[in-house]
Structures are given as C-alpha cells and as structure tokens.
Ligand binder design. Structure first.
Ligand SMILES: [Zn+2]
Length: 570
C-alpha cells in the first residue's frame, strides 16, 4: 500500500511536534543579571576547537556589571587564572546543578577577602579554591561578583554555565529556566554533499564533498535594463553512490545580526524521519569532538563551521536519536528522493528547506584527488602508533588520537623543521613529538620548546636519558627552539599612593609567573597576561625610611629575571 505523501508529511509534522526540547530544570533559577540579559552566544555553539559550554551574556562593552546568584547554594569553587575562564566562580545548588560565572573582574568584600587570604597563604596570584559548604553560602539574587574580561575573553561579557554537579557535564541553561528573548528561527545558508569514499578519507583525512547550491543566478532583460535573478534549484542530479549532507546553519535571537548556534536538526527522506540530531548535552572530555562534528577541512579552508549531517567516524558524541544509517543514503537509480531539512532553536522557532536528489550515471561526482607523498606512515585510530620520522625525531599517536585511520605524511625541511600530517585533519588527543637530543643539546634539556607554524608554543620534558617529549595539539610544521633568555621587567609606577606597576615580557616561551616582595615579605599583585602588566595596591602605606622592592619574573622555560630597588620614604 502506498501512503499518500500528504499524510506522510502530516505525520512528519506531528513527529516534530513530539520532539519539543524538554526542560531539564523547569523552575527555580533566575538569570545572572538583574534587568536585561542579552545573549550573544548559545550553548553548544560551534567555537574554535570546542563546543561553547554555556551562554555569553552582553554587558554593554563595560566591565563591572553586578552578577547575582541564580539560586540558593554555596560557593564551591573559585578559580583565579591568567588563562581560560580568568576569574571564575562556581555555585553548587541543592537541586544537583552547579552554576558557573566566568571572565569576572572582581568580587564583593567577603569573597575578595577569602580569595586574598588564600593568595597570601599560597603566595600566588593564580589560585584554585574549593571552600567548604558552610563557608560562603549564598541566597538567590545575592551579589556574588562584578563582570569582567579576565582570562581568554575577547571583550567584556559574562560567560555563564549550568553543569550537573556530579558529572560536571554542562547543560543548556535555556532548558533550566533561564529565559532569553528569541523570536527568530534559525536559517539554512547552504548545503553540501559528501561522498562515502573511504580511500580518500584514509589518505586525505576527510570524505570528499561538493557544494549543493540552492539557487542559480540568471540575467534577465526587463525593457532596456538587465537584472540578475535567483532561481531556486529544485533538483540535483548526481552519480550513483553513497552520500550524506552537510549544511551551514545560523540561529538568531532578536536580530539578524546575531550569530548563535543551532541545536536541533532533523532530516526527513521521502517523508520518513531519517536523521535526528539534538545538541543537548556533552562532556568536557568530548570537547575536541567539535572538530569531528564540524567539517574541519572546510573550516580550515574557509573559516565556516559547517554541520556535517552525518555521524562521522570516531565520534563519541551523544547527539543523535533516530538516525538508522548515521545520515548516509545510497542513490542507485533515477528515482527522485526528497530531503526535507528542519532546523530549530531551543524555543521551537523552526525553518526548513527541501532538496531533491536524483541519480544519473552522468550526474555530478563527489570525489577528490588522492595526494601521494614521498614519506608516509600508516596510523591506526584504534591503536597506539609510534613512528620514527628521522634520526632525531619520532612521533607517538596514542589510540584514539585520530578519529579514523590515516596515512600520515611527513618531511624534514631544509631549515630543520618537520612538517607532520595535514592541518586539515583534526586530532582529538595530543600527538607527542619525541626529540632525541644530542649530548650538546642535553646541556640545555628543559630549556627547549617547540614552535608550531600556527604560532603556538609547546613545552616538553625530558623523559628518558635523552628523549625530550613534547605534546602538541594539531598537525603542522614544528621547530625545536632554545630559550635561555630572561624575561624583561620595566618599572612603570613605584609606590604612588601604594600603587605599583610593571611592564613585563618574554622573547620566546612567555611569562609563566612572578613574585613580588617588599622588605622580603611577599605581597599580592595582579597580572594581566593580555597587556603584560603586573600591578596592584599594597595593603598598607610604607613607613618612613628605606624599603627594598623586589620583583621576580619567570618564563615558561625557567629563565628568571630579578628587579631590585631601594626606595626611601621621607
Ligand atoms: Zn562563553
């Protein structure tokens, strides 16, 4: 029996209705700012090498907006760091969830004292504190911090997360009773078609793909004027084979200028649910899986982070519900197949596009040239791989560093750098470069670092007698460098109204940490890694007489610079 298409489509609509995002925590929490909470980044949004763990909330370009506790609980963790989340605060709530507030600027007195006490005890600006449940209890709506731009923040905003306390898995705050205005549906900007060619994947590191344009542009004459019009492409004729789709997706909240992530994607093939992706939960241990989820190659080539609408090899993500073929379909005759792609945000605003794909022996082919290299090593995704690339360098790729088997290409270049693998191929874990140091190099063993051609530095350590192990994040071109040069210190302000500031820098490895002493006693100063400024007020004015001011700055390769000066208070 053939069921009329209309009924099938109706059933499909009902199915979508049945998939409304279910709230995780329906009531109890309030947003982290009193007043407006404008969201400029959403949960699981595709970011460089990671899924966004929470929401980014606008602070109008300024620091110092009061942040409040979203619910009763206690401050369970405070992290003061120069990297990542910068100054961050974590509150455990009795309902089993933890709220996280990051890139903060400062804290109200009671919390600030608690932090400073620990910084003095540990004699370190960077601290990670886990107060007991009865130490810093908070009530819903209580002021807990002032928003800022600390850590790896690119501009003032609040990064806000809700995590399951036990597993630390971040969940979508918009499913936890934190509401934001959002009335615009996501949109599908363009489609791609992937061919299941395992040989291309083995050698090039990705399945071949082509763009499936939605429109073709024609020039039409209107009187004397020529005008360009877009004509919808209804059918795509492709060669027989096995394929999957990909799409560039974007979501908007209140303005078309927004650039938020899309969390719900379903595909109906000829009216039947075929692919159902719900981006609702991931673990931080899976954060690099972002590079498996997006089209990593197209991202590297064009900057666009595309959703692959199939479950790629090696994924451990848990986004997919009913997707029996993992998103792949086979075209082996001339029957037209309809693909209806529906994208939805967490509030159910949805939009869709339908494309028809038809098989033809002379239709478009999806293929790639296989690059052949002079020197290669076959690496297995499921096994530990150890390969010698030269007399002075071996490479180790532990099991599941790669998402799939890969023919690794490499070369030693004339400037003594090594090019290893393709930058278009993602790594989940770190690849370890193992340099065999000569007796002469060994004299400076731990002062070596590896610079990647993408600008990043990697630091290693001597493992066995002459093996220097350097874990690196990505494939690329690597150079072993020596850093024996001390950091620089330039005093800017010395004791003006108790204020001290220094401009510090380092030639190669970068500043790691510092200590500041007055008359031999450790005193807390702040370090802003973005500006390279160490600064702060000392707790008490200096008494009349002579005082010794001493600053020690260390780089990441144990080179140390000392600045000493005697000042006299009249
Ligand atoms: Zn963020």
């Amino acid at each position: 029996m053939r069921i009329p298409l209309l009924i099938l489509q109706l059933l499909a609509c009902l199915l979508i209705q049945a998939q409304e995002a279910k709230p995780i925590v329906s009531k109890g929490f309030i947003p982290p700012f009193a007043g407006e909470n404008q969201i400029i980044g959403t949960y699981c949004e595709l970011r460089p090498n990671h899924f966004h763990g929470g929401l980014d909330i606008r602070t109008g370009g300024v620091i110092g907006r009061p942040v409040i506790a979203i619910g009763d609980g206690y401050i369970a963790r405070i992290n003061i760091s120069n990297a990542g989340y910068g100054k961050a605060l974590y509150i455990n709530h009795p309902n089993g969830y933890t709220s996280v507030y990051a890139h903060l600027h400062e804290f109200p007195k009671e919390i600030q004292w608690f932090i400073e006490k620990s910084q003095y005890n540990l004699q370190n600006y960077e601290v990670e504190l886990y107060p007991d449940a009865d130490v810093l209890q908070v009530k819903q709506g209580q002021l807990i911090a002032y928003s800022g731009n600390s850590g790896a923040s690119q501009g003032p905003h609040l990064h806000f997360e809700i995590r399951e306390t036990a597993s630390e898995a971040p969940v979508n705050p918009l499913l936890c009773g934190i509401n934001m205005p959002d009335h615009i549906a996501p949109s599908i900007l363009n489609f791609y078609l992937y061919g299941k060619d395992s040989l291309v994947k083995l050698h090039n590191g990705h399945y071949p793909s082509i763009s499936l344009p939605m429109y073709s542009t024609h020039t039409v004459k209107k009187g004397k004027k020529k005008k360009k019009v877009n004509v919808v492409i209804e059918r795509h004729s492709i060669a027989y084979g096995t394929y999957a789709l990909g799409a560039n997706l974007k979501d908007y909240a209140t303005s078309m200028g927004d650039n938020n992530g899309v969390n719900y994607i379903t595909i109906y093939k000829d009216g039947t649910l075929f692919y159902d992706c719900r981006i609702e939960r991931f673990m931080f241990s899976q954060i690099r899986m972002h590079n498996n989820y997006v089209d990593f190659r197209r991202h590297k080539e064009s900057g666009i982070r595309m959703h692959k609408l199939f479950i790629d090899d090696g994924s451990t993500l848990d986004f997919w519900k009913h997707s029996p073929t993992n998103g792949w379909f086979t075209i082996n005759d001339s029957t037209p197949h309809q693909f209806r792609i529906v994208v939805k945000d967490v509030y159910g605003n949805s939009s869709e596009k339908t494309i028809t794909i038809v098989g033809h022996p002379s239709g478009r082919k999806v293929s790639d040239y296989i690059s052949h290299y002079r020197q290669t090593k076959l690496c297995r995704a499921a096994k530990d791989n150890l390969h010698e690339l030269g007399t002075d360098l071996s490479v180790s790729l532990p099991a599941h560093t790669l998402y799939h088997d890969y023919v690794l290409n490499y070369s030693k270049n004339t400037n003594n750098t090594y090019s290893i693998g393709s930058v278009l191929v993602p790594l989940d874990k770190k690849m370890i470069l193992i340099y065999k140091l000569s007796p002469l190099q060994l004299l400076n063993g731990n002062k070596y670092l590896v610079r990647c051609n993408d600008g990043r530095n990697y630091f290693g350590e001597l493992k066995s007698i002459n093996h220097y192990h350097v874990p690196v994040r990505d494939f690329g071109t690597f150079q072993l460098l020596l850093d024996t040069i001390k950091p620089t210190i330039k005093p800017l302000t010395i004791n003006r109204n108790r204020y001290f500031s220094f401009d510090v820098g380092d030639n190669l490895a970068g500043v790691k940490d510092f200590d500041f002493y007055i008359n031999g006693v450790w005193v807390l100063l702040n370090y802003d890694s973005k500006s390279g400024i160490i600064s702060g007020f000392i707790p008490n004015p200096l008494e009349t007489g002579k005082h010794t001011v001493r600053l020690i700055v260390r780089d990441n390769r144990l080179n140390e610079r000392e600045y000493i000066r005697t000042i006299e208070i009249p």
